[in-house]
Design a protein around this ligand. Structure first.
Ligand code: ACG
Length: 478
């Protein structure tokens, strides 16, 4: 299980209101106690942007987060606790303030070739693949290709020297102590056709690029972990996952949320059968990155329209599936936040440590617009209450930790009886039946062996067992 950590909002170690490495190091015990085995660190390289995806120096830590020495210390402490740490690396573009881009604007080699400048007026007609946005930005009279907007001109990997440069970047961060990378925007390395002058994914060229980059990393550190971010349909996600080893399962995330928020068990069955298709085969060369939310999405409770029982059900379904789970920071508190295109970025709000919104380490860089103080949502408040959302969420994580074998298990069957969904999973050492009740009433469950609740309730009545509304349970059969 990985924890997706947004440093800026997590824990402030130097009193400037912004989360940093020193602060996060102090809270590693908290993270380890959640039962995770790894941390996905959102971008921490030097960058002018709050999200960090537009880099100005690929060999430096953003000074607002600390320095390399502090990073090494953070990594060493994480490793001592048995936690792996992977770095989010956006190599598809830079900030327009990167020295490389400034030199490219001056026409300096090789930097001029490291970006794509308009060579044909016809190219201006190109539009972004998914929403029709314009893709060229005018920088003092020079038009550069900027798929993600003016804040991040794309790097142009037609240039072999750039491949070499990126390998040096990878070597550097592995030598600092990272265990691997979450590769951002993996399908975008080659996404503009110079021949046709349109935005078009060139998957085979992208795959060749990633093969070379991942082999390079493995030649330095054979056990490196790679996770691909490819937000696309299952066929495309699979193509990339096969190279990286782990790929975020975006279709599953979307379908799980759709089926659970509408309490539609048939949709859930369909989703498991199609989005986790490869988990029905015992031999597979890569794993699903299981998640429900991330920093580009609304938070779980918001996606469930404020219904916390549905959110917990979603977590217990997710954490009983084969694959590698990823948990977005703050979800364990039931924080809320709606992702919208106007950049309110509610989903990035400070982790709420204290009930009154203030205290040592509390970050304050962004207003608590959605996760108000005195709402009972803070860690301080919830850690004291027996059945708080946090405690119940953590219990689901503990279930997963104890059932680590599920990671490599195979799904044998998925069945449904009205609101009850039953999943048969077979692992190397164990087999189990997992039950999820999407209904509002308790339902009888047939379980010959002992049945254990994952979330919610089980009751006995006249020798029958009943799984409570919106509850999950597991029967380990061997
Ligand atoms: C990553 C990061 C994100 C970051 C960037 C840029 C990339 O997580 O935080 O932005 O460094 C696209 C890209 C992703 C990208 C997201 C934000 N995420 O592919 O790499 O945008 C469609 C498209 C997808 C698209 C998605 C969301 O196909 O390509 O993702 O929409 O816009 C079904 C379909 C599927 C479809 C979905 C949703 O599932 O199968 O194809 O996806 O429905 O409709 C950061 C900042 C930005 C800044 C940038 C520089 O957040 O603000 O501009 O950095």
């Amino acid at each position: 299980m990985f924890y997706e950590l947004y440093l800026r909002s997590f824990y402030d170690g130097n009193g400037d209101g912004i989360g940093d490495l020193v602060g996060a190091e102090r809270k590693l015990d908290y993270l380890a106690d959640l039962g995770i085995d790894g941390i996905w660190l959102l971008p921490i390289l030097q960058s002018p942007s709050y999200h960090g995806y537009s880099v100005t120096d690929f060999f430096n830590v953003n000074p607002i987060y600390g320095n390399i020495k502090e990073l090494r210390s953070f990594l060493a402490s994480a490793h001592k606790l048995g936690l792996k740490v992977i770095l989010d690396l956006p190599v598809n573009h830079t900030s327009p303030n990167h020295e490389w881009f400034l030199k490219a604007l001056d026409g300096d080699k090789p930097y001029r070739d490291w970006y794509l400048f308009l060579k044909n007026k016809e190219w201006l007609k190109a539009r972004r693949h998914w929403d029709g946005e314009k893709v060229w930005t005018d920088y003092s009279g020079q038009l550069a290709y900027t798929l993600f907007g003016p804040g991040s001109p794309d790097l142009n990997y037609e240039s072999p020297s750039l491949w070499q440069q990126m390998k040096e970047v990878l070597t550097f961060w592995l030598s600092v102590g990272f265990d691997g990378f979450r590769f951002d925007a993996a399908k975008h390395i080659f996404d503009f056709s110079l021949e046709k002058g349109i935005c078009e994914y060139q998957h085979s060229r992208n795959l060749a690029f990633w093969k070379e980059m991942t082999s390079h990393c493995r030649s330095i550190s054979p056990n490196s972990i790679f996770v691909s971010e490819v937000w696309d349909d299952a066929r495309i996600v699979d193509l990339y996952s096969a190279i990286f080893g782990i790929g975020f399962n975006f279709p599953l995330a979307e379908d799980l949320k759709a089926s659970i928020s509408t309490r539609n068990p048939e949709l859930l069955v369909k989703s498991l059968k199609t989005d986790l298709n490869r988990c029905f085969r015992s031999k597979r060369s890569y794993e699903s990155g299981l998640f429900l939310t991330n920093h580009d999405m609304s938070r779980l409770v918001s996606a469930m329209n404020g219904d916390k029982e549905l959110s917990l059900l979603a977590m217990s379904i997710l954490l009983s599936l084969p694959g590698v789970p990823f948990l977005y920071y703050g979800e364990e508190l039931g924080m809320e936040g709606i992702y919208d295109m106007y950049f309110n970025e509610e989903q990035l709000e400070p982790f709420l440590w204290f009930e009154n919104g203030y205290g040592p380490g509390q970050t304050e860089w962004k207003a608590l617009g959605k996760n108000h103080p005195h709402s009972g949502r803070s860690f301080e408040a919830q850690k004291m209450i027996k059945d708080s959302y946090f405690k119940r969420f953590k219990a689901i994580m503990e279930f997963r930790k104890l059932n680590h074998w599920l990671r490599l298990a195979t799904i044998k069957s998925v069945k449904r009886k009205e609101d009850l969904v039953m999943i048969k999973v077979v692992g190397e050492s164990k087999t189990a039946n997992v039950f999820h009740n999407l209904g509002k009433e308790r339902v009888p469950v047939e379980a010959e062996k002992g049945i254990q609740v994952i979330n919610g309730s089980i009751t006995r009545y006249r020798n029958r067992r009943y799984l409570g509304a919106l509850s999950s349970a597991i029967e380990v059969t061997s």
